[in-house]
Design a protein around this ligand. Structure first.
Ligand SMILES: *Cc1c(COP(=O)(O)O)cnc(C)c1O
Length: 344
């Protein structure tokens, strides 16, 4: 790996971050706070929240086994995705490499930041080949994006291939594990200590059933997390989000129960799909959704919309011609989808 100083943009490396009142004084003993121009009424919403979300990170440490100073929290995963470009990629000069098809935000943020986005096609089984990704990199490639389990394909990518990219690439490898809580595959969190170029993204939006609160996580080396903390907005995770996330993390067994139910439902729904005349292929998945190739994705999509049922039409996505992406819902929602499709 190149040194972090070689990888980070010069202006970011030398950035003097904004120092908030809560940064300058963060001890517990004081009881009169006249330092942040807050209004003293309307507790607890009158006060700026903890800019580093320390209490929340303590809980996350227990659940995820990652030390607090190796965790960055953002406004959804979108924030650590965008910040990665702003930290590492010189607009108009640097490039990133990503698997294709994958999650759309990597490309959108590349475009916003004026960074060239290079796509490396998965094979017809939606597998990734490390050598092909590495071959697409050059001396201006700062980041390689890998999503596993991948969206929209659903499959986990081969761990050996991912590790090969992490171990061979000179820059930053970001592995998006938004769906890892549904997966048979293990998280790469255990690889963080030995791989300083690895950033892992997770989120409260999927298995944790908290998409509304917008909380995304990045796990990485202390050095990388420090840079993230320098670049982020000072109070990027609001108090309500921090509180609700802590509520959820206090009962992780509830999430385990949901995951188990959804995996059972997934099994049932995929089985039923295979017997539908309109279904040509159901792709294997490690997430809370699956991709199905159907006879005519657009017509079936429109038909379902007319019945108030919305799935994701991925017909226009590379390698996903005539594919619908189906999120696993409750038992009755899934039954309603099946009933409608049987009448198509
Ligand atoms: C849904 C999803 C996310 C989550 O994004 P948030 O901003 O945290 O809600 C991240 N990555 C992938 C691949 C996703 O599908």
């Amino acid at each position: 790996m190149l040194s972090l100083e070689q990888l980070v943009r010069k202006n970011i490396w030398s950035l003097a971050p904004y120092s908030s009142a809560r940064d300058e004084y963060s001890g517990k003993e004081a009881h009169v706070f006249l330092d942040a121009n807050e209004n003293p009424y309307n507790s607890p919403y009158d006060r700026y929240p903890d800019p580093l979300q320390r209490e929340l990170k303590q809980l996350l440490k227990k659940v995820k086994g990652v030390p607090e100073d190796m965790i960055f929290l953002g406004n959804g995963s979108d924030e650590p995705i965008d910040l990665a470009y702003r930290i590492f990629c010189e607009p108009g000069r640097d490039n990133v490499v990503a698997i294709e098809p994958t999650y759309g935000m990597y490309k959108v943020c590349a475009d916003i930041n004026d960074v060239e986005y290079r796509r490396v096609l998965l094979d017809d089984k939606f597998e990734m080949h490390a050598d092909e990704l590495l071959a697409a990199c050059d001396e201006r490639t700062k980041i390689v994006w890998i999503c596993s389990p991948n969206n929209p394909t659903g499959n986990s990518l081969c761990r050996d291939e991912i590790m090969k990219v992490i171990e061979s690439f000179q820059g930053i490898v970001i592995v998006d594990e938004a769906y890892i809580d549904f997966a048979q595959q293990q998280s790469l969190r255990t690889e963080l200590v030995s791989h300083e170029n690895l950033i892992i993204l997770q989120t409260m939006s999927k298995a944790w059933a908290s998409a509304a609160i917008r909380l995304g996580m990045a796990f990485a080396s202390r050095e990388i997390i420090n840079i993230y903390n320098k670049v982020k907005y000072p109070y990027n995770v609001n108090l309500l989000t921090q509180q609700q996330a802590m509520e959820m993390l206090k009962d992780p067994f509830e999430v385990d129960k949901w995951v188990k139910i959804l995996l059972d439902e997934r099994q049932r729904l995929m089985q039923a799909f295979q017997d539908l005349p309109l279904c040509e292929q159901v792709f294997r998945t490690d997430a809370n959704f699956f991709l199905a190739r159907v006879t005519d994705a657009q017509r079936i999509y429109d038909y379902l919309v007319d019945r108030g049922i919305i799935v994701r039409n991925r017909n226009r996505v590379t390698l996903c011609q005539n594919c619908l992406r189906i999120t696993i819902g409750t038992r009755s929602e899934n039954a309603e989808l099946l009933a409608a499709l049987r009448q198509f």
